[in-house]
Design a protein around this ligand. Structure first.
Ligand code: PGA
Length: 284
């Protein structure tokens, strides 16, 4: 019969082995070229009080292993900018108007967003494309964002039907190229988010092999359009039902540099669980 000491040693060894399994090496953006970026897209989901509770609930902030961006609704940008700065989280907006000012009731211009401390702006989200936002309008918006020294997060992605018809790459190429018409040859300060529309808010995530194929294709399109050096610098995020259970597998892919997160970014716990998964990968 084992002594108590032997039994204890066996338990400890088991614990160490299982903890090693949990922290198995997964590194976001394995190429090491780009610091991982995790952006929260809150859509139309939080009041000011709920947003403040969210930031109070983030126990691990500030984060140094990845860039964290949070995109609340327009009216929350100003009241949240102080607490987000304190937490080391960059302020992001969910939209911008394509013109710099004028008679556009209900719209928000780039100059104001920049004045409020906005650093990133989501452009061309599929929910806005579905509401009629065209590739031409997206290109103008990208131009506005850059003109005010902010960083556009340009969303691209195919519908279920386009996917079934084998049109994914064609759709993505056109979306990327037309959005970049608003950039100068030397400007590489933008982010691309690949969000297959059928995977947004549905709980369905694209298969890792498909995600890698499209991300690497996007990098190729960037390289053709902007040169290889630029393509290597631009973070390409994946979006669509990302959570703490799938982030490590997605981020382990060679051309995935982070994620645009909707549903799982709404609670401090589920959002930090995603960031924690990446930290485990970095520590190894
Ligand atoms: P989801 O949303 O994570 O809830 O799928 C992503 C997005 O719409 O940006």
């Amino acid at each position: 019969m084992d002594s108590i000491l032997e039994q204890h040693i066996r338990i400890i060894v088991r614990q160490v082995l299982s903890s090693m399994e949990v922290t198995e090496a997964i590194k976001c953006s394995p190429s090491g070229r780009i610091k991982p970026l995790i952006a929260a897209n809150w859509k139309m989901n939080k009041t000011l009080r709920e947003a403040e509770q969210f930031f109070d609930g983030l126990s691990l902030a500030p984060y140094d292993h990845c860039t964290v961006v949070c995109c609340p609704a327009f009216p929350l940008l100003h009241p949240l900018s102080g607490i987000m700065k304190q937490k080391g989280i960059a302020l992001g907006a969910q939209n911008i108007h394509e013109e710099s000012k004028g008679a556009y009731t209900g719209e928000v211009q780039g100059e104001l967003l920049a004045e409020l401390g906005t650093e990133y702006v989501i452009i061309g989200h599929s929910e806005r494309r579905m509401a009629g936002e065209s590739n031409e309008s997206i290109a103008k918006k990208v131009k506005q964002v850059l003109a005010h020294s902010m960083i556009p997060i340009i969303c691209v992605g195919e519908t279920q039907m386009q996917r079934e018809q084998g049109m994914t790459k064609e759709v993505i190429r056109i979306q990327v190229q037309s959005a970049l018409e608003g950039t100068t040859a030397s400007n590489c300060k933008f982010v691309i988010a690949y969000e297959p529309i059928w995977a947004i808010g549905t709980g369905k995530t694209a298969k890792p092999v498909d995600v890698q194929e499209i991300h690497s294709y996007i990098r190729q399109v960037l390289s053709d359009h902007k040169g290889q050096a630029c393509a290597n610098e631009v973070p390409i995020l994946y979006g669509g039902s990302v959570n703490s259970n799938n982030i490590r597998e997605l981020c382990a892919l060679n051309d995935v540099d982070g994620a645009l997160v909707g549903g799982a970014s709404l609670e401090a716990n589920s959002f930090e669980a995603i960031l924690k998964e990446l930290r485990l990968g970095e520590e190894r």
